[in-house]
Ligand binder design. Structure first.
Ligand SMILES: NC(=O)c1ccc[n+]([C@@H]2O[C@H](COP(=O)([O-])OP(=O)(O)OC[C@H]3O[C@@H](n4cnc5c(N)ncnc54)[C@H](OP(=O)(O)O)[C@@H]3O)[C@@H](O)[C@H]2O)c1
Length: 102
């Protein structure tokens, strides 16, 4: 399990990146209890995206070895999630989001 709010695998991800090994987190959007954060909402408003798109974009920018399989039962969410791959978060947004994690 790894996402904006659950950063327990930070060291492992960096180690695997150095070895050229992919890391695929489960619960990239928080799983059963989707991520909820005022900070995430504010960044999303700033970059004109949804909070879940920002959460996915943050993961994709966190490390090149992170691959994502966000689960959804909604075609609308599926489209949003695919579009998140093209969302580039500015450095200030990433720094703000990094403060959410533990
Ligand atoms: N091997 C394991 O032990 C294990 C354990 C857990 C999960 N997994 C796998 O990991 C993947 C992801 O797990 P997951 O689906 O449980 O967790 P997740 O991807 O973190 O979150 C899924 C939740 O986020 C919501 N969601 C998805 N896209 C959204 C969007 N754009 N906007 C708002 N809400 C959105 C979904 O609701 P909607 O349906 O309403 O979109 C669903 O409630 C799945 O493929 C799952 O099979 C594996």
């Amino acid at each position: 399990m790894y996402n904006l709010a659950n950063r327990g695998d930070d060291e492992l991800i960096d180690h695997l990146a150095g070895e050229g090994i992919a890391y695929v987190p489960f619960f990239p959007l928080g799983g059963y209890d989707s991520l909820q954060s005022d900070t995430l909402d504010n960044v999303a408003a700033d970059v004109d995206a949804t909070p879940m798109q920002v959460a996915l974009a943050w993961l994709l920018q966190r490390s090149p070895n992170i691959l994502l399989i966000p689960g959804t039962s909604s075609v609308t969410h599926l489209r949003e999630n695919v579009a998140a791959a093209n969302l580039r978060l500015p450095a200030e947004a990433i720094a703000t989001l990094d403060r959410i994690g533990t």
